[in-house]
Ligand binder design. Structure first.
Ligand SMILES: Cc1cc2nc3c(=O)[nH]c(=O)nc-3n(C[C@H](O)[C@H](O)[C@H](O)COP(=O)(O)OP(=O)(O)OC[C@H]3O[C@@H](n4cnc5c(N)ncnc54)[C@H](O)[C@@H]3O)c2cc1C
Length: 469
């Protein structure tokens, strides 16, 4: 048998998911430094007709520099060993057995597709949303384009102290003119530009020293054109535990700087801007109030305690408070869902793995790997996925060298194309995505926007297949 990884018998790898993790894995395989002569074919699948995962569907529209990371992925896609199959959903259009029979290795890069719930009364009232929904809607994700956000209430609450919460707060605070220069979805631009929201209250369960914001994102909240940031000086008076933590070696520069930024905000006087962003700490929502829709929120005040492991956590006190609001966005984390044909860790919401090798009952499953959020959970910035994917690919190549990768029964690319032609004739190749990209950019150009996103499967597929819609 010809060795795997040669021109006669290329290493065939399927990557499911075309977000950052999938692309970094593809790049590491196609340009492996440890195996420079390896001949690799990577086929990448995505359920959407468009690639880039959360770089397109998560990163905020007013952060075009961050979205520019897709240029790195474009270089990977230009490699002759790379193919893209969009609009193909793993678990629906192609199944585990279809891929196992056609590839030496499968790499799952499906991310975390849903949100975590708060589990409090009123969470399902109209006006209470997951940040996931709002983010996907304003970014033009085709599954979410028909959601209807009523932004007529004057006060919105954002629950959570991570960067997604800052994105949501910023998107509610940006002016229509500012939004109009971005790639925000047209349907969202219309609604956001007419928004009546005047106050955005961001709730953190712990204190200023424990927030998960990164410094630039927290600083941005203080630099909004038409929104003042407000922090109650009492909220930045540190408790003894937080003080000791910040003075210890365990405290990161980010945490120290966050406290400085928040202290600076507490000293600011309002400048009379049209909106305000209020950052509150040591509070947790306990109930969303309202009969037929969100009318208010009840929050409980917390205090900080050290648990057995030495971590500082929030403990509820007896103090409760209620205030009016018409919108609640929970931004308390993303959550992965089980993937067809694979084990799933329900507690951590990841596919169990060791360094990216999928584990079943603690034993590695031959030829099956994970990268990105489905591997380690929904944390880290885009760049974190690069190191993470490199680790997985190193292990995959170690398995190749050790002869542990099974030969697929049907490694012929034509057989795959035949399967796709039958199962999903509307699949989108990389050339199809480039046609979408061109159409979106052409739509944006006369309006001085980077692109006007096509937001329905129909529009996307028409553009990909060069049909007039
Ligand atoms: C709202 C938000 C904003 C963010 N902003 C920033 C930022 O500004 N800067 C930064 O550095 N990081 C940011 N991040 C983090 C960053 O986006 C993630 O680290 C990164 O996207 C995770 O990559 P991934 O490839 O694991 O998952 P994803 O990016 O989610 O990619 C997963 C891909 O898999 C596809 N998929 C899922 N299921 C299937 C299936 N069954 N079949 C086929 N395909 C499937 C999806 O369509 C998607 O394309 C943000 C995250 C969020 C949620």
């Amino acid at each position: 048998m010809t060795p795997t990884g040669t021109v006669e018998n290329p290493l065939r790898v399927a990557i499911v998911g075309s977000g950052p993790a999938g692309f970094y894995a593809a790049g590491a395989l196609l340009k492996s430094k440890s195996h420079p002569d390896l001949c690799v074919q990577v086929d990448m699948y995505d359920r959407l007709p468009t690639p880039w995962g959360l770089v397109r569907g998560g990163v905020a529209p007013d952060h075009p520099n961050i979205k520019a990371v897709s240029r790195v992925y474009e270089k990977t896609a230009a490699h002759p060993g790379f193919r893209f199959y969009g609009n193909v959903e793993y678990g629906r259009d192609v199944l585990h057995d279809d891929l196992v029979g056609r590839y030496h290795a499968l790499v799952y890069a499906v991310g975390s597709q849903t949100d975590r719930r708060m589990g409090i009364p009123g969470e399902d009232l109209p006006g209470s949303w997951a940040a996931t929904e709002f983010v996907a809607w304003y970014n033009g994700h085709p599954d979410y384009r028909d959601l209807e956000f009523d932004l007529s209430p004057e006060r919105a609450v954002v629950v959570g102290n991570g960067n997604v919460a800052t994105d949501v707060a910023r998107m509610l605070a940006l002016t229509g003119d500012e939004l109009a220069t971005t790639d925000v979805a047209d349907h969202a631009l219309e609604v956001l530009a007419e928004s009546q929201v005047r106050e955005i209250v961001v709730l953190g369960r712990r204190g200023p020293a424990q927030v998960a914001f990164t410094n630039p994102e927290l600083l941005e909240l203080g630099e909004m054109t038409d929104a003042d940031v407000f922090v109650d000086p009492k909220d930045v008076e540190l408790d003894p535990l937080s003080k000791a933590f910040l003075e210890s070696e365990a405290a990161s520069m980010t945490a120290k700087k966050n406290v400085d930024i928040l202290t600076g905000y507490a000293a600011r006087e309002p400048t009379g801007k049209r909106r305000r962003i209020v950052l509150r700490f040591l509070v947790s929502p306990v109930e969303i109030l309202g009969e037929d829709r969100v009318e208010g929120i009840r929050i409980r005040h917390n205090e900080l305690v050290e648990d057995e492991s030495g971590s500082i956590r929030a403990r509820p006190t007896d103090a409760v408070e209620e205030f009016e609001c018409g919108l609640v966005f929970r931004s308390i984390g993303y959550r992965a869902t089980p993937v067809e044909g694979l084990p799933f860790d329900d507690r951590r919401c990841v596919i169990p793995n060791e360094g990216g090798r999928v584990l079943d009952s603690r034993r590695p499953l031959t030829g099956e790997y994970v990268v990105g959020w489905i591997k380690r959970g929904p944390t880290g910035i885009i760049g974190t996925n690069k190191r993470d994917a490199q680790e997985t690919v190193e292990h995959l190549l170690e398995d190749l060298d050790a002869g542990r990768l099974p030969d697929p029964a049907d490694p012929d690319r034509d057989s795959l194309e035949a399967l796709l032609a039958e199962r999903c004739p509307e699949h989108v190749t990389y050339a199809g995505w480039e046609a979408i990209d061109r159409a979106e950019k052409a739509g944006g150009e006369p309006r001085g926007r980077p692109r006007v996103k096509l937001c329905s499967f129909e529009e996307l597929l028409d553009a990909a297949h060069d049909r007039v819609s």
